[in-house]
Design a protein around this ligand. Structure first.
Ligand SMILES: Cc1ncc(COP(=O)(O)O)c(C=O)c1O
Ligand SMILES: NCC(=O)CCC(=O)O
Length: 425
């Protein structure tokens, strides 16, 4: 069933570290051979062995309308004939910035980059340059890309592989990253108090997706907002996953909280390598060439990537019913999974907001990294492989959110619920 993927994985390991270009693809927590994907269309992935899978990863978020969405494919096809890069400004970049601003009203200025990592890395440099302070606060189990400052108690692959300290990140850099538990407002307040006048930024995943899906408890983000206002700290929402997914205006709109800076990633390139950071004019004006906070990129605002993202965001703006449809589908899956799991003796809890969802194998509430880590990872592994054999592709780690796409049909969701039922019965 996986023989060609197995062959390709052996071959890949001869020339690519661990056979993969990003560690989370390696199936290291769940075991087995990563699937080598040949193509995808709509809600389905096809591997090199010809197996078809219902995809709940969606390229880790961006495939909101499904894979190879026709208008996006056409827009890219047309654009690419005009060259793949100029390294010079284009009208399309202005249109993209204007479109984002129209969907996220508190963004005054926005700068394009090429990944979520770059967006978050640039946002904290900017916050430091703006405030003249060095320290940042991030939350255990949150992942903001692989820039040095973020690889402290990070989620995603760092948590999956249980990497406590990342060799190569200097103690000096790590010392400026303060951490506390997600949803623990009192701990944030204490940390700020103990480092008064030294904290440049608090960066948060407004809905966490890198320790499984974890929701902000009521008052958590609101409390940080007030704290940042009182202490002159830049509040950064990392919306690399949530932006344009939870609502047209992302988590800011869905949760009704304004950040000072917001970062975006893969979603705004519809899966092409894009990221962006934006926000309040007074802060954004510190960026070069207006200010001296230097930040740059040869491929930033790349025309092919821009047209892909622009087409996706335009669709989302023009058809807000997509968000309701996605929400309904995810709620249907949530209800169905809940029914089959509650009828079994499996201990579980399901976290969901909008089209982000995950099943945690533990009956306690999962509200932060410790409670996520206290779940039954062995059971997740067995579940993952059972689902894979059933033609359902879940993230290969208990510390990743699932992402639904709007190409999923109710039959696909039923199949997912039935496969889960078969797992527990
Ligand atoms: C919330 C969040 N921030 C930042 C990143 C980093 O983005 P990239 O992998 O594009 O560098 C990711 C995931 O990749 C993410 O999930
Ligand atoms: N939660 C994991 C990601 O979103 C990124 C995937 C990767 O690092 O390859």
């Amino acid at each position: 069933m996986y023989s060609r993927s197995q062959q390709l994985f052996s071959r890949a390991q001869q020339s690519i570290p661990g056979g993969v270009n990003s560690p989370v693809r390696a199936f290291k927590q769940v075991g087995g051979t990563p699937l080598f994907i040949k193509k995808a269309k709509g809600a389905y992935l096809y591997d090199e062995d010809g197996n078809q899978y219902i995809d709940y990863i969606a390229s880790w978020g961006p495939m909101i309308l499904g894979h190879a969405y026709e208008p996006i494919v056409e827009a890219i096809r047309e654009k690419v004939y005009d060259s793949t890069s100029y390294g010079a400004p284009t009208e399309l970049e202005i249109e993209m910035a204007e479109l984002i601003k129209s969907m996220v009203p508190n963004v005054d200025l926005i700068r394009m980059v090429s990944s979520g990592t770059e967006a978050c890395m640039s946002a904290i440099r900017l916050a430091r340059g703006y405030t003249g302070r060095n320290k940042i606060i991030k939350f255990e189990g949150c992942y903001h890309g692989h820039a040095d400052s973020f690889l402290v108690k990070a989620g995603s692959g760092v948590a999956t592989f249980n990497i406590q300290t990342v060799p190569g990140v200097t103690a000096g850099v790590s010392a400026d990253t303060l951490t506390c538990a997600y949803n623990d407002l009192a701990a944030v307040q204490q940390l700020v108090e103990a480092n008064k006048g030294e904290v440049a930024a608090i960066i948060v995943e407004p809905v966490a997706g890198n320790m499984g899906c974890i929701l902000p408890q009521p008052g958590f983000l609101e409390g940080i907002r007030s704290l940042c206002d009182a202490e002159g700290i830049v509040f950064i929402f990392d919306e690399v996953m949530t932006g344009f997914r939870l609502a047209p205006g992302g988590a800011q709109e869905k949760l009704g909280i304004n950040a000072d800076l917001v970062t975006y990633g893969k979603v705004i390139g519809a899966g092409m390598p894009v990221g962006a950071f934006g926000g309040k004019r007074a802060i954004m004006e510190c960026i070069a060439p207006l200010g001296n906070v230097y930040q740059a990129g040869t491929l930033s605002g790349n025309p092919v990537a821009m047209i892909a993202g622009f087409t996706l965001l335009n669709e989302l703006k023009a058809k807000p019913e997509i968000f309701a449809q996605l929400e309904e589908k995810t709620a249907y899956l949530h209800k169905g999974l809940d029914e089959v799991l509650s009828a079994s003796n499996v201990e579980y809890s399901i976290n969901r907001l909008g089209s982000m969802i995950s099943v945690h194998f533990g009956k306690h509430a999962v509200v932060d990294f410790s409670t996520a880590a206290a779940c039954n990872i062995e059971q997740f592994k067995t579940y993952f492989h059972h689902m894979l054999r059933s033609g359902i592709y879940l993230p290969p780690s208990a510390y990743e959110s699932w992402f639904l796409n709007n190409a999923l049909s109710y039959e696909d969701l039923d199949k997912t619920i039935q496969a889960t039922n078969a797992f527990v019965s």
